[in-house]
Design a protein around this ligand. Structure first.
Ligand code: AMP
Length: 312
């Protein structure tokens, strides 16, 4: 059981209608790894600069995340993202991105990271995703996330990366943008024609939809009264989803549809905790009992029976 993730390791400055924070620990790989760490062993691959302190690394290590492939670049600056949200928190507005050490990064994976059975290619330059994909030859399930920036600026490399993975996890707007197909079901079909057999369209507070050859499954978001910062929700969803799948994996066996559906529920639950506070703050104080309690509540909300009547 092991899950490798490559993605941004970042400092995020974020403003929402409910407050703001400067230079919080963030990045797609960090949000993903913290969420997945509740289910399995997670190994993070990525560079950081001199400004990345021991306390930031400790936040990952305290949750059991393996950081031996986090590379410190002397004289470099950690990836930085500044963004804000209006009252519609499904839409992130990017104000500043500084690639820093990601500009020159050449991934070097330890044998253990290379041998992981599952791989998550978090949001980062598509060519880096491809390099890591190529290094992890034994991975049985590879999932990829991306964003509008790369769809706009590096579409060809991104489509190449997508053709090499089993599962694409984008938000619904990005899925439409990538495929140039306004209908989500058709957009998911177009993604499958690029290669992946599993397509997860994340829909912010409205939940997520799962498309496979075997059918369609949709799950709502867990509706909360307090949402403070949605940054990282998509990565926490992916961490819950793949972390759970890795914990359920049986070597060589095909993934059951029921496991994928349960993974969607865990994804939603982890994302719901993520948005309750800024950055990683809520996930860092999350307990396993809280996850199970919320999952039970979530199942109660989404489980219903309908007495069929004759319509007409
Ligand atoms: P999400 O789960 O989509 O909210 O992702 C949020 C994370 O994406 C933040 O922690 C940012 O550091 C990171 N991020 C934002 N822009 C980029 C980018 N261009 N490349 C990689 N990561 C990014």
């Amino acid at each position: 059981m092991a899950l490798t993730v490559v993605g941004s390791i970042a400092f995020d400055s974020v403003r929402t209608p409910f407050g703001e924070r400067e230079r919080m620990l963030g990045g797609s790989a960090v949000h993903f790894a913290l969420a997945a760490s509740f289910f399995t062993e997670v190994r993070v691959v990525g560079p950081v600069g001199d400004d990345f302190g021991a306390e930031h690394l400790a936040a990952l290590q305290d949750r059991g995340v393996v950081t031996e492939d986090v590379e410190r670049v002397e004289g470099g600056e950690t990836f930085f993202w500044r963004g804000h949200y209006e009252y519609d928190m499904n839409l992130a507005h990017t104000d500043e991105t500084r690639l820093g050490v990601f500009g020159e990064f050449q991934p070097k994976l330890s044998p253990a990271s290379r041998d992981a059975e599952m791989l998550f290619l978090g949001n980062i330059q598509p060519q880096l995703q491809r390099d890591v994909r190529a290094a992890c030859r034994g991975a049985e399930l590879v999932a990829l996330d991306s964003m509008n920036l790369w769809i706009d600026t590096e579409r060809e490399a991104l489509v190449g990366a997508i053709s090499e993975v089993d599962c694409l996890m984008l938000n619904d707007a990005e899925t439409r943008m990538l495929t140039r197909e306004p209908n989500l079901a058709r957009a998911a079909r177009a993604v499958m024609n690029m290669g992946p057999e599993i397509v997860v369209a994340k829909r912010g507070e409205y939940g997520a939809a799962l498309f496979t050859e075997r059918g369609l499954f949709a799950i709502p978001g867990y509706l909360l009264e307090d949402v403070r910062d949605p940054t990282g929700a998509g990565d926490s969803f992916a961490g819950g989803f793949l972390g759970y799948l890795d914990s359920r994996r049986v070597a060589g066996a095909q993934l059951e549809e029921s496991a994928l559906r349960q993974a969607m529920a865990y994804g939603s639950v982890l994302a719901s905790f993520n948005v309750e506070d800024f950055g990683t703050e809520r996930i860092l104080r999350l307990g396993t009992g809280e996850i199970e309690d919320r999952l039970r509540q979530f199942k109660r909300i989404t489980d219903f029976e309908v007495e069929p009547v004759r319509t007409g």
